[in-house]
Design a protein around this ligand. Structure first.
Ligand code: UD1
Ligand code: UDP
Length: 440
């Protein structure tokens, strides 16, 4: 079997690293393809070193540009490589343009796609990421899903649960493995050493890069106004290149940089960043990965967004959505700082993203599909395989798989009276409403 992995940005490198390492450990043939969307040393190279994975076999060097330009160039480059390499499955991760490009190319070449971190939905179609992940899920064969909530999103879109694998998120694998290494090593980055982070209190780690925040002057100004008033915190801000550019264009960079309690540093390596996060009193962010890492490391998070495709972190109590609203940022930050009980409840929020074995579960599932010949994408053999979509109220003791056998059907959705629940094979559906496809 040959597995190809496509990645292109900082979070994809971090979250695919545990899977790449697991594939290597099992001696499975693999190629890694970098789209080149992130290209600065501190946004790319540094992560291969910190996460101890080999440098990619290919780099398409698409660089920066409009969505259409980036996606188009990626598709062209990816297609050429895949035609040559002929992998059995291609893995894409998350919601960047690489995911869209990779998934579309594979769908047209009839190559199986495995979507890592599938099923997340913010239901905000103005986010490029929402379109990318939805399109990738249409093109995928295997879904590696962080939580059952995300699996239910996919079920609602008509995707068969038979191809879903609820694995947890590989960010937890990376976090657990590398925090220990980082703690032993200590801070390496000079800017952090100079700040003597080890002996600093009230650390607020800030990251932001979402287009809907940093490209909109009104929003970014409101966030900066809040930062000005957070003078009791030591704000460490490893600045994303996109954000640096826009703050400079808006004429806001110097104003922020001149504040005594705000320390703007360049993007930092994964080990240093994990260490910084773990020592923080509070995370203020619009990053997806950081919302997950905060709850994994028991650090309260305030998310600079009005919605999130990671609602589990909010319902668990570890994350609060504050948008770009100055009042909401200040009130919640001050509560975390002054109300011990409140802060503790946020820290105690249960991590919804698994035990740190997502990579193992992912590669197990791929090996099983390969052995069973399920990675071959083919048109249905039985052209008379017609089905009708039905709904029913169940009033007998019967499990999902017993019902499916009896009715020659596939159950999609199950409602327990209040909520949608995941249709595990052995779930007794007595008293529940179901929707299903019935084969004729
Ligand atoms: C991309 C992803 C986003 C992800 C983020 C992770 C898409 C649509 N967006 O956003 O989902 O959360 O990565 O960080 O795929 N730049 C540099 N050096 C670099 C990379 C970028 O200077 O190495 C600058 C360029 O000016 C570029 C800008 O940052 O125009 C934005 O980069 P881009 O890759 O388009 O999007 P991100 O904001 O990084
Ligand atoms: N990160 C890092 N150094 C930094 C900022 C972030 O190593 O200076 C890591 C962080 O630990 C997380 C990931 O980058 O795992 C998040 O990436 P980003 O916020 O760029 O993207 P998103 O997760 O929002 O797609």
């Amino acid at each position: 079997m040959k597995i190809a992995t496509i990645l292109g940005t900082r979070p994809e490198i971090i979250k695919m690293a545990p899977i790449i390492a697991e594939i290597n450990k099992r001696g499975i043939s693999q190629i890694v393809l970098h789209t080149g969307q992130h290209y600065d040393k501190e946004m790319s190279d540094t992560f291969f070193k910190d996460l101890e994975i080999p440098t990619p076999d290919y780099n398409i060097h698409v660089g920066s540009g409009s969505h259409a330009k980036q996606t188009g160039l990626m598709m062209k480059g990816i297609e050429e490589i895949l035609l040559e390499e002929k992998p059995d499955i291609v893995l894409v991760q998350g919601d960047t343009n690489a995911v869209l490009a990779g998934a579309l190319v594979c769908a047209k070449l009839h190559i199986a796609v495995g979507h890592v971190e599938a099923g997340l939905r913010s239901y905000d179609v103005t986010m490029p990421e929402e379109i990318n992940r939805m399109a990738a899920d249409v093109c995928s064969l295997m879904y590696f899903i962080p939580t059952y909530d995300s699996a239910i999103n996919l079920l609602s879109e008509g995707i068969s649960r038979k191809n879903m694998f609820v694995t947890g998120n590989t960010v937890v694998d990376a976090c657990f493995r590398h925090l220990e290494i980082a703690e032993k090593r200590g801070f390496e980055e000079e800017s952090l050493r100079d700040l003597d982070i080890e002996n600093m209190d009230n650390i607020l780690t800030l990251t932001m890069h979402r287009a809907e925040n940093v490209d909109v002057k009104e929003r970014v100004t409101s966030i900066i106004e809040a930062l000005k008033d957070l003078s009791e915190m030591n704000i460490i801000f490893p600045i994303h290149p996109r954000t640096k550019n826009t703050l400079k264009n808006f004429g806001l960079f110097d104003e922020l940089n001149n504040l005594d309690h705000v320390h703007i540093v360049k993007p930092i390596g994964y080990l240093d960043f994990l260490l910084l996060t773990s020592k923080s009193t509070l995370i203020l962010t619009d990053s997806g990965g950081l919302q997950e890492e905060a709850i994994t490391l028991n650090v309260p998070a305030l998310t600079l967004r009005y919605n999130t495709e990671r609602p589990e972190t909010v319902t668990a109590g570890g994350n609060i959505l504050v948008g770009s609203d100055k009042k909401a940022i200040l009130e919640n930050a001050s509560k975390i700082l002054t109300d011990e009980g409140f802060a503790q409840r946020m820290k105690d929020a249960q991590n919804p993203y698994g035990q740190g074995n997502a990579a193992q579960k992912t590669v197990d599932a791929i090996e099983k599909y390969y052995d069973e010949g399920k990675l071959n994408i083919q048109a249905p053999e039985d052209i008379m395989n017609i089905f009708t979509r039905k709904m029913a109220a169940i009033d007998e003791d019967i499990t999902v798989s017993e019902f499916e056998q009896k009715e020659n059907a596939l159950i999609h959705m199950v409602f327990d009276g209040q909520n949608m629940v995941f249709p595990h094979d052995d779930l007794n559906i007595n008293g529940m409403m179901i929707t299903y496809d019935k084969r004729l």
